[in-house]
Design a protein around this ligand. Structure first.
Ligand SMILES: [Zn+2]
Length: 50
């Protein structure tokens, strides 16, 4: 019951999404490895190039 606030940004379609049950992007079907997790506090530059 703590998985609720988790969001990911899809590197393929660029949208902020909640992953499908299998971990993929529900919009474009990109695999889990193409999603980067966004944290509540900073949802802008997470693991893009710094
Ligand atoms: Zn996507």
């Amino acid at each position: 019951m703590k998985e609720d606030g988790r969001k990911y940004r899809c590197k393929i379609c660029g949208q902020v999404i909640k992953p499908a049950p299998d971990g993929s992007c529900p919009l474009c079907g990109a695999p889990k490895s193409m999603l980067s997790q966004i944290r509540d506090a900073d949802d802008d530059d997470n693991d893009l190039k710094k």
